[in-house]
Design a protein around this ligand. Structure first.
Ligand SMILES: [Zn+2]
Length: 198
């Protein structure tokens, strides 16, 4: 065992991001199951286990609450790059953790995207209003393992932000799923170039 303290970050394993959700990613449920198995086997290795949820305002009856342009505006099609179908509305079931994710060992629940686009878990806050980076530093964490959905969006952004915050970062093989193969491959290359161990 090293003396470095390690955190596990589980990104956006939510109903809307797994099969059947409004932005469902193929393989999402399997990833959720494997993350749960990883946590069951390795929870003791982690000083912090943080799970993030995308947590948006409801679009409202006229659809004009776009969460800062994150949801496609009424009458417009999402481009799936910067605008998206309605997803992870805080008051609806799509924002709940996917049932395959066992959250008993999660020490910090992080929410992000309240009225704004937010891809990285480092943009979110805990139930106490603390930023994730501050939580990790307060716990003495120096190394972060990143898992979750989607490899090419929120996992990518979280891993890159963890590097910017000065943490050693690993992307755990088999514990993440992406929207599309090309963008996922590019995202993994970008993470590796930023010093993420893949
Ligand atoms: Zn979102």
């Amino acid at each position: 065992m090293s003396h470095d303290k390690r955190a596990l970050v589980i990104v956006d394993v939510q109903n809307d991001f797994v099969e059947g959700g409004s932005l469902g990613v193929a393989g999402g449920r399997d990833v959720a199951t494997r993350i749960s198995q990883h946590v069951a086997a390795h929870a003791g290795d982690y000083a912090v286990i943080a799970a993030s949820r995308d947590w948006h305002h409801a679009p409202g009856p006229d659809g004009h609450e776009t969460n800062g342009g994150h949801f496609a505006a009424p009458g417009e099609d999402p481009d799936f790059v910067t605008t998206w179908p309605v997803h992870c509305v805080s008051s609806e079931g799509g924002s709940d953790y996917a049932p395959e994710l066992v959250t008993d060992a999660v020490t910090h629940h992080v929410r992000k995207g309240m009225g704004v686009p937010a891809y990285s878990a480092f943009e979110g806050v805990t139930d106490d209003g603390a930023a994730l980076a501050d939580v990790l530093r307060a716990a003495g964490v120096t190394e972060v393992d990143v898992t979750g959905i989607a490899t090419d969006y929120c996992v990518r952004a979280t891993a890159l932000d963890a590097r910017k915050e000065g943490f050693a970062v690993r992307l755990l093989d088999g514990l993440h799923a992406g929207v599309a193969p090309e963008t996922s491959t590019a995202a993994v290359a970008e993470m590796r170039a930023a010093g993420v161990t893949v």
